[in-house]
Structure formats: structure tokens, C-alpha cells
Ligand binder design. Structure first.
Ligand SMILES: [Zn+2]
Length: 253
């Protein structure tokens, strides 16, 4: 069972294709992907700097294929009231699977008590994970994976997924994941060698496959997991078992 733990999806004109549920499901079928975790791309941000419209598109898409499209609500943490209200509306009421934040796009530090902590608090309360973009190039160093450690320390019951495993800063991502066991690493853009290295350092149960589609290509990102020097069972965990556990998919959500 393959579940893609990090993708983006928006309607036509607001993000790269695929832009329809039909086209999206076609890509899933081609790659034997059971389901995908998805959120709004930066290109879909509104003139009001919210993701309201983009989140609503995902809610409608989820309704067309609820077992396969697993959305995260994307928020702009600078707009505190809107962000908290969006988390409540889309996760609390519409049953989205978590929250996505992007410290570089939205220009905030993930360890900012003023900007990031209220979002983390609301997410913890709803018992869903938070996916955080990390890596370089970066805005003022805001997207460094090491900063996620502060959040992991302050919110031990919150599952934090480090997107792209910090990109070139993957050693920092692995280090901070060793310190805090509520941190999970997502594999998009990393090499088989680096992914296998992460598995040896923190265990296969804390690494999840992601493609970052449409920016990454699922075929290639899946192939990288298959080429890792790890056991078949570990590959299965990374390709889908772990994210199914984290999202409580079997628990009858
Ligand atoms: Zn992303």
C-alpha cells in the first residue's frame, strides 16, 4: 500500500496540473498509489493572503474521493484569527487530516512563540499532525529543520512532519529527529543513500514517503525508496504504513 505523504493540489489557474480530481486519481492509479496527503500550493494564496478558497477547493475534492484525497489545511500564521478559524473549520468540522505551514513562503520562524505556537496549540488540540516545509534556499533561515526542535519540545503531543527532510540540511533534520521522537521525516528530493541513513539513525517507523507533486514526480520519489539499502518491510512502512498510522486511517476516521 502506497500513500504519498506530501503533495499539492489546486484548481486550474491556481497551481500546476493536475487540477482536477479525475486527473489526480489517474496519476494515483498509474503509480499504484492508494491515497495522498495534499494541501494548497503557495500559488493558490488569495489576494487577502489567506488560503480560504484553496482550502475550500480541497474540501470539495475530498468529497469526490474521500478515501484517496486526504487534505491538510494550509494557513498563513501571520493572520492569526483566520489561521485558527481555518484549522477549526477544516480540521475540526470538515475532518481534514492535519495542518500545513510553510515558514519560507509565509516568512515566519517555526519556533516563534508569537506566530507559530498558537497554530501548534490548536493543531495539538485536534490531535492531527503538522507538516512543515523545511530546507534551503531559505528566507532569513526560517525554514531550517533544526528550529522544529523548539516546537517539538514545547508540544510533545504534537506530531511534526519535517517536509523534504530539510533538503540539503538533511543532517540537521536527522539530528533534531533524534532529539525528539514526535518528529517524522518526509523523503521528497532526498537520495536513496540519505533516506537509508535516516532510517539507520532514527528508525524506519519515523520516515514517510512524500513526492511534493506537482513539484516532484511520484514515480521517481517512489523509486528512490525502492532503491534504498533497507529491508522490504522497512520500505513498506515508509511507502505507506507509517503515514496510515500517523493519520489514524485504520482507526476508522
Ligand atoms: Zn509542501
Amino acid at each position: 500500500m502506497i500513500i504519498d505523504a506530501h503533495t499539492h493540489f489546486a484548481r486550474e489557474g491556481r497551481g500546476r496540473p493536475p487540477n482536477s480530481v479525475e486527473d489526480l486519481l489517474c496519476i494515483l492509479d498509474m503509480n499504484k498509489i492508494e491515497a495522498l496527503v495534499t494541501c494548497a500550493p503557495y500559488s493558490s494564496i488569495g489576494k487577502d493572503r489567506t488560503y480560504d478558497e484553496a482550502n475550500q477547493f480541497l474540501a470539495e475534492s475530498m468529497n469526490k474521493a474521500p478515501s484517496r484525497i486526504l487534505p491538510l489545511v494550509r494557513v498563513n500564521p501571520h493572520l492569526k484569527e483566520n489561521a485558527l478559524e481555518s484549522i477549526q473549520r477544516f480540521v475540526g468540522e470538515k475532518r481534514f487530516y492535519g495542518v500545513k505551514v510553510h515558514p519560507r513562503n509565509e516568512a515566519f520562524a517555526i519556533n516563534s512563540e508569537e506566530i507559530a505556537y498558537p497554530i501548534a496549540k490548536a493543531t495539538t488540540k485536534l490531535q492531527v499532525p503538522m507538516l512543515i516545509h523545511t530546507g534551503d534556499p531559505d528566507t532569513y533561515g526560517f525554514a531550517q529543520p533544526a528550529l522544529v526542535g523548539d516546537l517539538a519540545d514545547a508540544f510533545p503531543n504534537l506530531t511534526l512532519i519535517i517536509g523534504h527532510m530539510g533538503k540539503r540540511l538533511y543532517e540537521d533534520a536527522i539530528l533534531v529527529a533524534r532529539w525528539f521522537d514526535n518528529i517524522i521525516l518526509e523523503t521528497s528530493f532526498r537520495s536513496p543513500r540519505e533516506i537509508a541513513h535516516a532510517v539507520r539513525r532514527i528508525g524506519a517507523d519515523r520516515v514517510v514517503y512524500g513526492s511534493d507533486m506537482p513539484f516532484g514526480i511520484p514515480e521517481i520519489e517512489i523509486m528512490k525508496i525502492r532503491l534504498c539499502d533497507i529491508s522490504p518491510m522497512e520500505k513498506d512502512m515508509i511507502l505507506g504504513g507509517n503515514i496510515a498510522r500517523i493519520l489514524n486511517l485504520e482507526g476508522g476516521r
